[in-house]
Design a protein around this ligand. Structure first.
Ligand SMILES: NC(=O)c1ccc[n+]([C@@H]2O[C@H](COP(=O)([O-])OP(=O)(O)OC[C@H]3O[C@@H](n4cnc5c(N)ncnc54)[C@H](OP(=O)(O)O)[C@@H]3O)[C@@H](O)[C@H]2O)c1
Length: 243
């Protein structure tokens, strides 16, 4: 069976794929002008030739262009649709996000805070927890600290969680299942702890999916790329309210 992955593996010499930012230096297409700043799907390279349909002009927004590489780029798109569409997170929710110091996690923290949620985030070590708190997380859990993540989350989320934004599987997923409210919603974005280990950690609390009617929904950001206009409009508002 073919691997269930949206992108083929890279070979030596391949361009690294990404929603990169570029400037048009030559154009033969209507509506694409020299000087336009665009988000081409051509990946990271000095120069590329693309069909007009493959590039989108970045919207005029009072943000630095570099924002279209992070919070208004792939990490932000993943965070936005994962949080609001997949997990249906809303004001007042208690959200646990793992990988809180990563590209997606930092965007999730800021978007959830901008929309009035309580955020608990995990990160590895005090040097990662400090910026996570500075971004607005109400509580930062050091998953490399002496306390196992399950105990630390039980303490931090003494009233339970409504949403788990999963960048990490294994022990983090199990910890989230253990404290999830009935009908909690989990956005299954990534399971980074298991990517290279070659083994899968047991999930002793998986049966709570049934007894507490918890929804686990996996998603790929590529499924949402036809909604970029909506993202730039709604997330843009959200980004402008971020700290
Ligand atoms: N579904 C999608 O469409 C989609 C799109 C983009 C990304 N993703 C996934 O989302 C996740 C985050 O992506 P990203 O771009 O934010 O990656 P990133 O910037 O590399 O961040 C990954 C984070 O994961 C944490 N981490 C790594 N190993 C860990 C472990 N064993 N236990 C606990 N935490 C661990 C790291 O935390 P510390 O550095 O604090 O230790 C790091 O902050 C990944 O799983 C990625 O595959 C999915």
């Amino acid at each position: 069976m073919a691997a269930d992955t949206p992108l083929p593996p890279l070979r030596l010499g391949d361009v690294v794929g990404a929603l990169a930012l570029g400037q048009v230096v030559e154009s033969r297409a209507d509506g694409v002008h020299v000087g336009d700043v665009v988000t081409p799907l051509g990946g990271w390279c000095e120069e590329t030739v693309l069909p007009a349909g493959a590039v989108r002009r970045v919207p005029d927004m009072p943000v630095a262009e570099s924002a279209f590489l992070n919070v208004l780029g792939y990490p932000g798109i993943t965070a936005y649709f994962g949080l609001f569409d997949v997990a249906r997170a809303r004001r007042g929710d208690v959200v646990f996000v793992s990988g809180g110091g990563g590209a997606v996690g930092t965007a999730v923290i800021q978007m959830a805070k901008a929309e009035g949620m309580t955020v608990i985030a995990s990160a590895g070590g005090p040097e990662k927890c400090a910026p996570v708190s500075k971004l607005g997380a109400d509580m930062a859990i050091d998953y490399k600290g002496p306390q196992p993540i399950g105990d630390a989350l039980r303490e931090a989320a003494s009233d339970g969680i409504d949403v788990y934004f999963a960048n990490v599987g294994g022990d983090h997923l199990d910890a989230a299942l253990a404290v999830a409210h009935p009908r909690a919603r989990f956005a299954m974005c990534g399971m980074v702890s298991g990517y290279n280990s070659g083994s899968r950690a047991p999930i002793p609390h998986l049966d709570r999916v049934i007894s507490a009617e918890i929804t686990l929904r996996g998603f790929e950001v590529f499924s949402f790329l036809d909604r970029l206009a909506e993202f730039h409009s709604a997330a843009g508002e959200c980004v402008l309210r971020m700290r």
